[in-house]
Design a protein around this ligand. Structure first.
Ligand code: DX5
Ligand code: ZN
Length: 223
């Protein structure tokens, strides 16, 4: 089953609750929450108080993407304010195994992410221990960028490795994902699709999401 994870970063914060409910009604099972610290990436987004507050609005899986240094300092607090899964960056982790243990110790799903320039092989040895791997298809730090075509090959390489080793880790893709490339990304082997601009901008949220759902149904039919 394919999953859509709308990225909050592109939402209209004046009417945030309403927009989140619209994504849930339209069939988005996850909500992707980008936390930026101004150090790991240049920009600063939002953090715990926002997550705590929207937790009351939504029953979706809160997929927290930490683009921060020293992620180990904040796991407990993100768990307490309502995260269901925490993804950290390999490039920011001081002790990857310890961080995974910490996330699982809070009864959350653990994800590991890599930037477009980090060799894929660096992540392979951790795959048996995580629930999800997040492939960045743009340089992390901002919404609205174009999908980097090199990501297709990286997703394919990851899919081959996961299948060859009979692992159950899910592949999530983040950055520049839209209705135009979602089918190709599915074919490359992804399971979870983060989309910010493609969900919250242009037409209505429900129209946008129904186009993703159509692509998912079509591909699930021929899986
Ligand atoms: C980028 C973030 C993404 C971003 C995606 O650093 O990790 O989740 O919000 O936005 P779009 O879908 O607009 O590329
Ligand atoms: Zn993200």
């Amino acid at each position: 089953m394919y999953i859509l994870a709308p990225s909050l970063l592109a939402a209209d914060f004046n009417i945030l609750g309403e927009q989140i409910r619209e994504t849930e009604r339209a069939g988005a099972q996850y909500l992707h929450i980008d936390v930026m610290d101004g150090i790991f990436v240049p920009s600063i987004s939002f953090g715990m108080p926002l997550i705590r507050s929207i937790r009351e609005t939504s029953g979706q899986f809160f997929d927290v993407h930490l683009m921060i240094m020293h992620p180990q300092r904040h796991i407990k607090e993100f768990a307490a304010c309502g995260a269901d899964g925490i993804t950290f960056h390999l490039e920011a982790a001081e002790n990857v195994q310890e961080l995974i243990r910490q996330i699982h110790g809070c009864s959350l799903k653990a994800g590991i992410s890599i930037k477009p320039g980090t060799p894929m092989e660096e992540i392979f040895s951790y795959l048996p221990f995580v629930d999800m791997v997040l492939v960045m298809s743009v340089e992390p730090g901002a919404g609205g960028q174009s999908f980097m075509p090199e990501a297709f090959e990286r997703i394919r390489a990851l899919r081959s490795y996961i299948d060859a080793h009979a692992l159950s880790v899910k592949i999530e893709v983040d950055g520049g994902v839209g209705k135009k490339n979602v089918r190709q990304i599915i074919d490359a082997g992804a399971d979870i699709f983060v989309a910010g601009s493609a969900v919250f901008k242009k037409r209505s949220i429900s129209d946008n999401i129904s186009q993703f759902m159509e692509a998912f149904k079509e591909k699930e039919g021929i899986r």
